[in-house]
Design a protein around this ligand. Structure first.
Ligand code: CMC
Length: 427
């Protein structure tokens, strides 16, 4: 604590402690504000509120910086693997070779799901959205793995964390297989985390499937780029659900539900659907005009970010990966021309420049996933798969925080003041 912030409210004067993080803005500690002044703060959308203390991820939105445990995201995307990033986020340091091998082995041993959980899938309609299946099935894990739901036992917390990271690819692949009427493919522990996911998604029992190393690496990068992102909406949801003492499977299911929305993880699906709707580069100006029109709720999906007001550092890596994947696969879909042209026009349009609206990670990820062969409905499920690592890391950090309390915001009440009940005959 370096200095005090002074607040005057009517006749009351208050000194508020100011905290310095290791980097980043100062934080004014208002925890005693209500008890000392009787006033609340008002910050819908939490644009100026730090909801917790965390040592996992740092974002400087103006400079376009994203660090995991201090390491820049572009370095991790270029040199690391998703398993290594998962270790870094959950354990706090980059692993030695031996630590990484042990972690990967542990995760690999948890990839199968309880055989009875498969029956669960049959209860869904075939055309169910994969995210609806993910919400349900991940929540149901707490009904299958009772031996890892005691949040006061560190060992159980660790096992639940490993189970969630390990089973998410299996569940996501099963959601996909179910939707297209193909048999589920069991995990193959000889494959990498990402290779195994591709195999469970695209293999069929009738013929061999070989994982393409370029696609495997691209997919692994997509997972790295989505692994964690500080106190975003879904992570805050996981923390809030966990703050009441709910079990980890229920908390992650809550995170999945929040991620689904088009302003958050659902943007990758919405962005590609928008590109399809635009269809041809000649139609782009109409959509740009709609995005600028104050009376039209339409937004360019995959553009803009609450925190990044310069550029999204994940989008830079993703753009490069998109180029690599499109070149390797030789795909010629007109939506990729629409995407390139839209990116060019928006980056040069004063409306987007003035409002600091740049393509975000979801703009490019959808293009890559589509080229690989995923239907748009799977995009957000893949985001959930990767973000599970961040959710689990943040949930564990919260449980271990001695300052942790149940999350319970207050409100600015604008409803009716107290009044007497009126019998129905007199209304
Ligand atoms: N297209 C057109 N105008 C936009 C867009 C857009 N995509 N995004 C923001 N604006 C305008 C908005 O109309 C507002 O204008 P004005 O000041 O004239 O009212 C201004 O820019 C600021 O927007 P805001 O809604 O106050 O900003 P926010 O920080 O609350 O919203 C956002 C951030 C990501 C929800 C928003 O930019 C958006 O809806 N983008 C499209 C959805 C999207 O791509 N989401 C993925 C985010 S990245 C991955 C993730 O977090 O999951």
């Amino acid at each position: 604590m370096s200095e005090l912030a002074k607040l005057t409210l009517g006749t009351k004067a208050l000194d508020l402690p100011v905290h310095d993080g290791s980097i980043g803005p100062q934080v004014i500690d208002i925890r005693k504000l209500y008890s000392q002044t009787g006033a609340f703060t008002f910050d819908p959308g939490f644009t100026s509120t730090a909801s917790c203390e965390s040592a996992i991820t740092y974002i400087d939105g103006d400079a376009g910086v994203l660090l995991h445990r201090g390491y820049p995201i572009d370095q991790l995307a270029d040199h690391s693997s998703f398993m290594e990033v998962a270790y870094l986020l959950t354990e706090g340091e980059l692993p030695t070779k031996e630590e990484l091998d042990r972690f990967t082995y542990t995760i690999t041993r948890h990839t199968m799901v309880h055989e009875q959980l498969m029956q669960f899938f049959r209860g869904f309609r075939r055309d169910a959205h994969p995210m609806s299946i993910m919400c349900g099935v991940v929540g149901a894990l707490s009904a299958f793995y009772h031996d890892s739901t005691d949040i006061d036992d560190p060992k159980q917390r660790m096992i639940a964390s490993h189970r969630l990271i390990a089973k998410m690819p299996t569940i996501a692949a099963m959601a996909y297989k179910y939707s297209i009427g193909q048999p589920f493919i069991y995990p193959d522990n000889a494959l990498s985390y990402t290779g195994n996911f591709l195999n469970m998604t695209f293999a069929v029992p009738a013929e061999p499937y070989v994982v393409d190393p370029v696609i495997e690496r691209a997919m692994d990068k997509i997972f790295i780029l989505h692994a964690d992102h500080e106190q975003n909406a879904s992570t805050s949801t996981v923390r809030l659900a966990g703050s009441s003492g709910a079990n980890p499977f229920a908390c992650i299911a809550a995170g999945i539900a929040c991620l689904w929305g088009p302003a958050h993880g659902g943007a990758n699906e919405a962005a590609l659907n928008m590109l399809r709707e635009i269809g041809r580069p000649e139609r782009i100006p109409d959509y740009i005009a709609r995005a600028k029109d104050k009376d039209d709720p339409f937004r360019l999906m995959g553009f803009g970010h609450r925190v990044y007001k310069n550029y999204d550092p994940r989008a830079k890596v993703m753009q490069q990966t998109a180029n690599e994947v499109l070149a390797k696969l030789g795909v010629t879909d007109p939506i990729f021309d629409v995407a390139r042209e839209l990116e060019h026009i928006a980056l040069n349009d004063p409306y987007f420049i003035d409002k600091k609206l740049y393509p975000n990670v979801d703009f490019y990820s959808g293009i890559i996933l589509s080229a690989i062969g995923f239907p748009t409905s799977m995009f957000t499920a893949l985001f959930a798969l990767a973000r599970t690592v961040g959710w689990v890391a943040q949930w564990n950090e919260m449980i271990g925080d001695p300052e942790q309390k149940i999350g319970r915001p207050r409100q600015l009440y604008t409803g009716a003041a107290m009044r007497d009940y009126v019998p129905i005959a007199n209304r």
